[in-house]
Ligand binder design. Structure first.
Ligand SMILES: *Cc1c(COP(=O)(O)O)cnc(C)c1O
Length: 282
């Protein structure tokens, strides 16, 4: 268990009105920033989905963001998602919303590629943090997409578990575009081959690519990483390789660099701090 989980009750559903207003304002500001960036990039309104990065935030805080219009939730740690999912499901159902994977997905055969299409009453859950193989079983009942797949080994293990469960799970290939040692993700040179191999697997649906932007001040370098990821996505989607035609999403851009990412074609931006404020825990 991560230390902050001992200090904060992540299942808490009731937050101070002032805190709720702060989060609603934050989420609305981010949605405005996205709309402006779409316009400036000459992209259609609504072509970028805001994913709320919810690490360290409790159910009440996440619901405040949802009440402001957030329609995708990102979780970093499996055990954190497990702790919060019941509360999220309950609070969402009170609002006529659904969140994460549902029993009906399992019964009807989940189609994760359809998850990307706009359904304003469903809130997909994406795992955005590193996934250890022994936690795969924990998250498959809840997560629609695992964004942090960076090896064929991990993809294969996820695929096997998903086949046993009887519903496919979306996966995105995480690419380490900046080359920073501290970052997870496959090397850009490997991405095409890996995507092809993942596309062959039953049980997973390759929905796109993900990257964490370069941790530098140089905008040119940050944009280069994002543009490179887009180039990879285009190559993969046009390759004709089995199972890669649905590789459409580009999850890139966070609080500090979402405008640059949107200019380079992001379809999902993952934002924490700009919605919820600075994290009290890391
Ligand atoms: C925390 C996190 C984000 C959001 O970061 P902010 O700078 O708080 O917006 C995005 N992606 C991943 C993988 C994260 O862990």
């Amino acid at each position: 268990m991560t230390a902050y989980m001992d200090h904060k009750d992540l299942t808490n559903e009731t937050i101070e009105p002032r805190r709720a207003a702060e989060i609603r304002d934050g989420a609305r500001r981010v949605l405005d920033r996205i709309a402006t960036a779409e316009l400036e990039a000459g992209r259609p309104e609504g072509s970028v989905t805001l994913l709320a990065a919810t690490k360290t935030r409790d159910v009440g805080e996440i619901m405040a963001a949802i009440d402001a219009g957030v329609r995708m939730v990102g979780a970093n740690r499996p055990q954190e998602l497990v702790a919060k999912i019941d509360g999220l499901r309950y609070c969402c159902s009170q609002r006529g919303l659904t969140v994460g994977v549902h029993d009906f997905d399992v019964e009807d055969g989940n189609d994760p590629s359809a998850m990307a299409t706009v359904d304003s009453t469903h809130i997909p859950v994406h795992l955005i943090g590193q996934l250890q193989a022994n936690k795969i079983g924990k998250i498959l009942p809840y997560a629609n997409v695992v964004e942090s797949v960076d090896s064929l080994d991990l993809a294969t293990k996820i695929a096997r578990r998903a086949v046993v469960r009887g519903n496919a799970v979306g996966v995105m290939l995480e690419v380490n575009e900046s080359g920073e040692e501290s970052k997870s993700g496959c090397r850009p040179e490997e991405a095409c081959d890996l995507a092809g191999a993942i596309g062959e697997l039953d049980g997973v649906e390759l929905t796109g690519l993900m990257t964490i932007g370069a941790h530098v001040d140089d905008e040119t370098e940050i944009r280069r990483c994002f543009a490179d990821l887009r180039g990879l996505r285009d190559r993969i989607a046009a390759s004709g390789m089995t199972g890669t035609a649905g590789c459409r999403e580009l999850s890139m851009g966070m609080s500090g660099d979402m405008e640059l990412a949107i200019r380079e074609g992001a379809t999902i931006v993952r934002v924490g701090t700009a919605i919820f404020g600075p994290r009290a825990f890391i």
